[in-house]
Design a protein around this ligand. Structure first.
Ligand code: BGC
Length: 575
């Protein structure tokens, strides 16, 4: 069958189509990759101290290869006092002893290579730990010294400098400035920290900071990593003069304060940094990548992935679109359109270590918890069954989209957030900095259940895990799901295998207008129709062979409420 006749046969079955994105023929493994985020402290604990480790990651890699992902992204495992779960780095070129050693890292890399998995590591360039040697040197040095110039130190305002230099607020609550005691024992300057006070921001106006991070990039590239996920990649450069900002601390828009005007995010000079990094990565060949964690709106996100900058950027507008069919359609259309214009692939993501897991978010009708706020026992509880059903539908929908997809560990098991976490065990700095008003992100960071019959559900056989695994995780354990054909895990396996076989990551996208209603959304990728029903009523499916569906096939030719289907519209190979 010719390509043209496939297209017309597809349209005949799917109805009118609006083409948004053509198949992607550009080289680059990352353009269609499925990348699995490993959160090391919660993945698997092999040494029995209650915290996951690198040896545990090595042990778990065959399961990820079996899931058929292309790469893993490891959240930070560097030396760190762990005030922000490793996003407070005290040595960028060493492994924290709680996770193991550089030798363990090399063994893990060798196992990943053997299994054909690429490894991406996290780079945290906006800030370090207050225990980093450079910050300790800055504290010991006087105002105006080169040591202080590695960070953003300023004199305070008001009488005797008692007030912070400006009104910026920390993401985790409270002011973004902390005053230090000078080498002479007297109250001294203030330093900027957009996150916790233990995370001083680097001064990216200083060439010495650039040189240090170029060294860090080369260190890990030499060890064989395939690239970096760049933490808060929109924050490194601050507007000259650090002007006041009354808007949101996370750079989102609020009344009278559009996010694009925030003086600590998205400053033009930031792009020079990434151009310089791109040149370094290119020295190592075409397969090393940079992925921006940049919380900026869609038209601007394209600036991070221009041809001489990063390869990918996280698509948080997609994550935030939830299950609103209008928002989803517009975010998908806008993403593909603006990213196509700069030749970059889109990425898609539903969960990560900073947001309530999508199996819990989707268990609410109406608005659920705010990002980063978590769910506690006193909050309105999600409907677990509804959440898991919709999570399966949302994942099947996302994995049918062309581009790359990021998965967060445990979403393949349909895990919900941990809710019953004793206050004394909560570790996210958000909890302490807001006096417990915001619970923070611990709920999505609960360790993984591997095996229903083992102590701590197989996460580790030693001490209590650093956060408790809910009793409900037992029936969700990986071994239970592996043995259950209709499980969430097996749906992910079948989905990833079919996505690869059909080449959907490299595919095209056309909206199937007849199926884009106020409560359903359908698109055609190649010859596959992906259709999600969010109506309360079942939806009669169009003709075509059912390849996959996210719920049990009992509803026959009807798509249940909260269900997604992949239908093959046309059989036969194209010439
Ligand atoms: C990371 C968070 C971290 C923050 C500060 C974020 O974007 O994903 O987990 O707390 O950066 O490093």
């Amino acid at each position: 069958m010719s390509v043209d006749s496939v297209i017309s046969a597809t349209a005949a079955l799917a109805g009118p189509l609006t083409l948004i994105h053509d198949a992607d023929k550009a080289p680059g493994w990352w353009r269609s990759a499925v990348i699995y985020q490993v959160y090391p402290r919660s993945f698997r604990d092999l040494n029995g101290d209650g915290i996951g480790d690198i040896a545990g990651i090595t042990e778990g890699l065959p399961h990820l290869a079996d899931l058929d992902v292309d790469a893993v992204w490891l959240s930070p495992f560097y030396r760190s006092p762990q005030r922000d779960a490793g996003y407070d780095v005290s040595d960028y070129c060493d492994v924290d002893p709680i996770f193991g050693t550089l030798g363990d890292f090399d063994i893990m890399m060798a196992e990943a290579n053997r299994l054909g998995l690429r490894v991406i590591v996290d780079l945290v360039p906006n800030h370090c730990s207050d225990q980093h040697a450079a910050f300790q040197a800055a504290l010991a040095a006087p105002a105006g010294s080169p040591e202080r110039d590695m960070f953003i130190f300023r004199d305070g305002s008001g009488p005797e400098g008692h007030e912070p230099p400006n009104n910026w607020q920390s993401h985790f609550g409270g002011p973004a400035w902390t005053r230090v005691i000078g080498p002479d024992g007297q109250p001294d300057q203030w330093y900027l920290h957009l996150f916790d006070s233990s995370q001083p921001d680097f001064n990216w106006d200083n060439p010495a900071v650039h040189a240090e991070f170029e060294r860090v990039l080369r260190f890990w590239l030499d060890r064989g990593v395939s690239g970096f996920r760049v933490d808060v990649a929109h924050a490194l450069v601050k507007a000259p003069g650090l002007p006041a900002w009354g808007g949101r601390a996370d750079g989102g828009s609020s009344d009278g304060f559009p996010g694009h005007e925030a003086p600590m995010f998205g400053q033009p000079a930031i792009h020079d940094i990434y151009r310089a990094w791109r040149l370094i990565l290119d020295e190592y060949g075409p397969d090393r990548i940079l992925c921006a964690e940049a919380s900026v709106d869609l038209p601007r996100l394209a600036h991070w992935v221009r041809p001489d900058e990063m390869h990918q950027a996280f698509n948080f507008p997609y994550l935030h679109a939830g299950l609103d069919v209008y928002r989803l359609r517009s975010v998908i259309t806008d993403s593909l359109t603006v990213l196509d214009a700069v030749g970059a692939p889109s990425t898609w993501v539903l969960s990560n270590h900073d947001v309530v897991r999508h199996a819990s978010r989707f268990g609410y009708n109406g608005s659920g918890p705010r990002d980063g706020d978590g769910i506690g026992p006193a909050d309105q509880q999600p409907d677990t069954e509804l959440g898991r059903r919709r999570a399966a539908a949302a994942s099947l929908f996302m994995l049918g989209l062309p581009g790359a997809a990021y998965l967060y560990q445990g979403e393949e098991l349909g895990l919900p957030d941990g809710i019953d976490i004793p206050e004394g065990m909560r570790q996210d700095p958000t909890f302490a900095r807001t006096g417990g008003e915001r619970l923070g992100r611990d709920g999505c960071r609960v360790p993984l259940p591997w095996s229903a019959a083992e102590p701590h559900l197989g996460f580790g056989s030693g001490q209590q895990p650093w956060l408790p695994l809910p009793a409900s995780f037992k029936e969700l354990a990986r071994d239970v799901q592996a043995a259950t054909p209709s499980s969430h895990l097996n749906l992910y396996r079948r989905t990833l295998a079919a996505r690869r076989e059909l080449g959907l990551g490299r595919g095209s996208l056309a909206w199937a207008e007849e199926w884009c209603t106020g409560s359903s959304l359908g698109f055609v990728n190649g010859t596959t129709l992906v259709l999600m029903n969010l109506n309360h009523e079942p939806l009669e499916m169009p003709a075509g062979d059912v390849l996959l569906r996210s719920a049990d096939p009992e509803s026959g030719h009807f798509l249940a409420s909260g269900e997604t289907v992949w239908l093959q519209l046309v059989r036969g190979d194209t010439e």
